[in-house]
Design a binder for this molecule. Structure first.
Ligand code: HPA
Length: 272
């Protein structure tokens, strides 16, 4: 049972580390440099951790890093599990269950995303206000284990309003321009057709990507976790030119914007 797997994995991790993280960070494509923010890092490769899936995608390193982020005990997932890689939803969201079991109260999630909002440019940071779930499988589908959370979780404010406002304030103080918007999560791995980008915009999306939504849903399941999330806009879905999007361009744009997002995240963690 999932509950027993969580206990086993958590016990193993606790046998290897001395800190008790209250902050969890999930890094997105090309944002691996955010891992450099962690002081006195102790890395545990996924392959050492019982029940942990192993990451396969280029640009994703694959270890849990423990240490201090701006003075706060933090666990950082360096290389996330995407549904398009073939993992099931339980595997995709397992690290969030583990973070919760380790005592994480604030979850910070980053991703690379395609922009649909006409005011967005490549390299923009979009703070996520809300999401639309278009994944074909729900991470909470199946028998509910009430030890892990409630059957019908409330989703009225998955992205903590206070953290969002604080991030805006930090960005202003640091002279970093940020956007805000709605993230649509879907399975990929294809980028969207022009008609799909248009449709995603019409239904209320500002950015689209292949992650984040399942993890945030599971963070809401247990209650008590506050979430802050941000996208780096790595390409524009609604555009005039007939250019194509490549994974390399996505990684490059994310890499370039990563230091700015890292600054916002570390300052935000300092306020917790
Ligand atoms: N669509 C979906 N996922 C993405 C995109 C996109 O345009 N860019 C980066 N991840």
């Amino acid at each position: 049972m999932l509950y027993d797997l969580i206990q086993e994995t958590t016990a193993y991790i606790q046998s290897r580390i001395t800190i008790r993280p209250t902050v969890g960070v999930i890094l997105g494509s090309g944002l691996g440099s955010l891992a450099d923010m962690i002081e006195q890092p102790v890395a545990i490769p996924y392959s050492d951790i019982p029940n942990f899936p192993v990451s396969t995608v280029e640009g994703h390193a694959g270890n849990l890093i423990f240490g201090q982020l701006n003075g706060k005990d933090t666990v950082l997932l360096n290389g996330r599990f995407h549904y398009y890689e073939g993992y099931n939803m339980q595997e995709v969201t397992f690290p969030v269950r583990i973070m919760k079991a380790l005592g994480v109260e604030t979850l910070i999630v980053s991703n690379a995303a395609g922009g649909m909002n006409k005011d967005f440019r490549v390299g923009d940071i979009m703070l996520i206000r809300d999401h639309i779930n278009l994944f074909p499988e729900h991470p909470l589908r199946g028998r509910n284990d009430s030890r892990l959370g409630t059957r019908f979780p409330d989703m009225s404010e998955p992205y903590d309003h206070t953290l969002l406002q604080r991030a805006h304030e930090i960005a202003r103080q640091q002279h970093i321009d940020v956007q805000e918007g709605v993230y649509i999560g879907l399975q990929g791995p294809t980028f969207e057709t022009r008609a799909e980008y248009y449709w995603l915009h019409v239904i209320g999306g500002d950015a689209v990507g292949m992650s984040t939504v399942p993890e945030v849903i599971v963070a809401m399941h247990g209650g008590g976790m506050k979430v802050f999330a941000a996208s780096i806009i790595t390409d524009l879905g609604i555009r005039e030119e007939l250019n194509v999007i490549t994974h390399e361009e996505v990684l490059e744009a994310a890499n370039n914007a990563a230091p700015k997002l890292a600054k916002i995240v570390s300052e935000l963690v300092g306020t917790l």
